[in-house]
Design a protein around this ligand. Structure first.
Ligand code: ADP
Ligand code: ASP
Ligand code: MG
Length: 407
């Protein structure tokens, strides 16, 4: 008996049958004597469909109106799930983000949760209601609807679990847990019993969509243990927590991110301060720069290359195109036909040669590396987008054979 937060993603509530299946999971947990708070995403591809509808009318719609539109998706699934639970004969109430107490910043489309005041949720739980909350949304100080960014329902669930000190936070999805690579793309991918917050955070940031990276960051900060589990098979999932010694793995996963673009500023004068100027201009417009590569100086100039998220490509172009001349550089070139493929694993810190193994896999597949970046627990390479899936498979089979995990 305790307080359990259960989050269901879009595919878990995609149609009437799936909604009834979720109602069954939720009410079974309630029947065991638990208080249950449920967080839902919009049904299936609803969010994408709503974005397409907006684009038909006004591709330049304001972010405020986009948030007003997109929050409707979660309202539909929350009310439908509540109706399904009512049908099974259990007391239930559905709440929008603001009713559940989500106060956010005003950054429409990527708002941050400032505070969560769960008084209403508590009141409803005291009345023995199952509480269904719309994920992905909140309200800012002007009482306007905001969204937390794509995949943000995971963060809504973790926030509730953290603030209400839930005994369990279960993230139900359409795969059986966190795998060593996307199980839909890499046939040999295997399910992990457990993974650390740090490794999961890297995997999520580097493209493993199964958990939103901000939710993992928050789970780590507040010590919320997560269980990633399938709403369809209900088989034992993956636990995300601080420390997991059960599996000593060299590498915990391979991830791909094809939503990146590479920029190069050619012929930058080889003087101190120019990198500072370039990157602070980008930083001022909230453009996050990832891999950075600077060539050695020759003839008094150097080239600076870096990657940004594709969604920031236009902003980067707008900032740098007029600036190149001012810098005294020769030209600006960019390429959005690239992808970042990464390996993540706490074990690599103490094992030399991991990078060599990764590069060997790419070499054997005749895949050219354009940029490399490393940290204690990850190695990323930038390659042509056309090679990305092949690269993930080749790297994955270098580190994971059907019977042997890592080394
Ligand atoms: P939800 O709608 O439940 O939030 P998402 O589509 O956001 O689900 O995330 C689940 C998907 O993440 C899976 O269907 C899978 O294809 C993808 N995925 C990518 N990398 C991984 C990984 N390493 N482990 C598990 N799933 C992954
Ligand atoms: N419905 C939102 C999205 O598609 C939020 C979520 O699924 O977590 O991004
Ligand atoms: Mg998701």
């Amino acid at each position: 008996m305790g307080l359990i937060v259960q989050k269901f993603g879009g595919s878990s509530v995609a149609n009437a049958e799936r909604v009834m299946n979720v109602a069954d999971i939720v009410t079974s947990t309630y029947k065991e004597g638990n208080d249950v708070v449920v967080v839902v995403s919009a049904q299936g591809d609803t969010t994408d469909d709503l974005i397409a509808k907006a684009e038909e009318i006004n591709p330049g719609a304001s972010k405020r109106e986009m948030d007003m539109l997109l929050t409707a998706g979660e309202q539909i699934s929350a009310s439908l799930l509540a109706m399904a639970i009512e049908k099974l004969g259990y007391p239930v109430v559905s709440l929008l983000g603001w009713q559940a107490g989500f106060l956010t910043s005003s950054a429409y489309s990527s708002a941050r949760i400032k505070t969560l005041r769960p008084e209403r949720i508590r009141k409803e739980l005291d009345k023995k209601h199952i509480v269904v909350v719309t994920g992905f949304q909140g309200v800012n100080r002007y009482n306007d609807m905001t969204t937390l960014g794509r995949g943000g329902s995971d963060t809504s669930a973790v926030a509730i679990a953290a603030v209400m000190r839930a005994d369990r936070c279960q993230i139900f999805t359409d795969v059986e847990g966190v795998y060593t690579a996307d199980p839909r793309k890499v046939p040999g991918a295997r399910k992990l019993d457990a993974i650390t917050y740090d490794e999961m955070l890297e995997l999520a940031t580097l493209g493993a969509q199964v958990l939103n990276n901000r939710s993992v960051e928050m789970a780590k900060k507040y010590g919320v243990e997560l269980e990633v589990i399938s709403s369809l098979t209900r088989a034992k999932g993956t636990i995300v927590k601080e420390d997991c010694k059960m599996e000593k793995m060299l590498i915990s996963g391979v991830a791909k991110d094809d939503k990146v673009a590479r920029f190069s500023i050619i012929g930058v004068p080889d003087r101190p301060g120019l990198a500072f100027k370039i990157f602070s201009k980008l930083g001022a417009k909230n453009v996050n720069v990832d891999i950075i590569l600077q060539s050695i100086g020759r003839n008094g100039t150097k080239d600076i290359s870096f990657t940004v998220a594709k969604e920031h490509m236009q902003t980067t172009l707008d900032i740098l195109t007029p600036y190149v001349e001012q810098l005294g550089a020769t030209s600006l070139v960019y390429d959005d036909q690239v992808a970042k493929v990464s390996i993540v694993g706490a074990g690599m810190e103490s094992h030399p040669g991991v990078a060599a193994q990764m590069f060997e896999a790419l070499f054997e597949s005749n895949i050219n590396i354009r940029m490399i970046s490393t940290s204690e627990i990850k190695i990323s390479v930038l390659i042509d987008i056309a090679d990305a899936d092949r690269a993930v498979t080749a790297i994955h089979s270098k580190f994971f054979t059907p019977d042997v995990v890592g080394q």
